[in-house]
Design a protein around this ligand. Structure first.
Ligand SMILES: [Zn+2]
Length: 269
């Protein structure tokens, strides 16, 4: 809505600053401030200052950008993947975020990526938020490095889960995760790779989606154990270059993705 006087100018400025982000990204009263780091542009709903105070919200912004720059460095270092352009990040007032998004993405209420990284604002960076930022950055970076390539969800989510784990020093599946996967495997409840190869897990029921995330993580971890991060790096580079996951698997691992899946299933028995 266009208003007269200074609020209109502020609104216009918001639209200019947001660039490609759409008008519905405006905050509770239509105002965003922005801040840049080397590889990110962060827009923050100024309403956040109402509960955290201006100093608190600025510190929060700085912390968010610091974590995102760490995730940039790690992904570039391990996989050599870098988005071609700075990544837009929008930090929302929590009430606005919950009202707009929480019921859509109940399984990841701290933030998500869909063209832009959207984050639920806070006063401090929790471990959950660190994990979310690293996870969502992987989606943003893969998208930004090869915008024309649509990745199967198991690869996209598996990489995001793997790097989310690295962010908190976790390189392997936990004992609990192995138990869950093993049990699901025995009951025939593990979603097959074919059901995990669409663009997202959204069509899966809640429990199937949780298992799909876990199995995707297990597949990436399996590849790293077998072929090293260097093998994973070659595989991902070829997928991003050609968009052909099957051929990249055959060339890098000498196995089809179906063979990789059955090897993983064999381990879980
Ligand atoms: Zn994800």
């Amino acid at each position: 809505m266009i208003r007269a006087g200074p609020p209109f100018l502020a609104g216009l400025l918001t639209v200019l600053l947001l660039g490609t982000a759409s008008a519905r990204d405006r905050g509770v009263d239509g105002h965003f401030s922005h801040r840049r780091s080397s590889h990110f542009v962060l827009y923050q709903d100024v309403a956040i200052q109402r509960y955290s105070g201006p100093l608190g919200s600025r510190q929060f912004e700085r912390d968010v950008l610091e974590v995102l720059e760490e995730s940039y460095d790690r992904l570039a270092g391990v996989l050599g993947v870098r988005p071609h352009r700075p990544v837009d990040v929008v930090v929302y007032d929590p009430a606005v975020f919950d009202g707009q998004f929480a019921n859509l993405f109940g399984f990841r209420a701290a933030g998500f990526y869909h063209g832009v990284i959207r984050i639920r604002g806070g006063t401090r960076i929790s471990t959950e938020l660190v994990r979310t930022l690293h996870h969502e950055y992987v989606h943003a970076a893969l998208d930004g490095a090869a915008p024309g390539v649509t990745l199967p969800a198991w690869l996209n989510e598996g990489l995001a889960e793997y790097f989310e784990g690295l962010a908190i020093g976790k390189r392997r599946l936990s004992r609990g995760e192995l138990v869950v996967l093993g049990e699901a495997q025995r009951q025939g409840a593990l979603p097959p790779l074919a059901a995990m190869s669409g663009t997202s897990f959204a069509p899966l029921a809640q429990e199937q989606a949780s298992l799909a995330y876990l199995k995707s993580y297990a597949l990436i971890e399996y590849l790293v154990r077998g072929y090293g991060e260097a093998g994973l790096r070659r595989f991902v580079a070829q997928v991003l270059r050609t968009g052909n996951v099957e051929r990249a698997a055959e060339r890098t691992f000498r196995q089809s993705t179906a063979e990789l899946e059955s090897s993983l299933h064999g381990e879980l028995q």
